[in-house]
Ligand binder design. Sequence first.
Ligand SMILES: Cc1cc2nc3c(=O)[nH]c(=O)nc-3n(C[C@H](O)[C@H](O)[C@H](O)COP(=O)(O)O)c2cc1C
Length: 103
Amino acid sequence: MTELSTDIGGLALALPGMVASGIMDETGASMVRMLEAGAGAVVTKSIGLLPNAGHENPCFTEVKGGYINAMGLPNPGIEAFGPEMAEAVPHGKIIGSIYGRPR
Ligand SMILES: Cc1cc2nc3c(=O)[nH]c(=O)nc-3n(C[C@H](O)[C@H](O)[C@H](O)COP(=O)(O)O)c2cc1C
């Protein structure tokens, strides 16, 4: 089989493809599923300190030349996301995405 392993800033990946933040990465089970499907790593949904509902719909719309989306960073907050990480981390490379807001 072709060798595809790589190194990104010291992070060794068996395969070069990563799942982008916000795509099939909101639960431990979905992250494990992406690793099992061949992702070299999964970037988590962006997580903040506190739960955040995100924007009201519509969050996705057609524009000239394509589509845009803006979810508003919906997430359950860092404490609630801990168990999802605990489920996924033993299965492969998980890259945490976090954000903060100015007060
Ligand atoms: C439904 C949805 C949710 C997303 N959530 C996040 C997020 O939480 N954090 C983030 O940094 N990017 C988020 N993104 C952006 C994606 O990670 C990615 O950067 C974007 O889709 C562009 O990917 P592309 O450069 O491969 O086209 C989200 C995208 C989509 C479609």
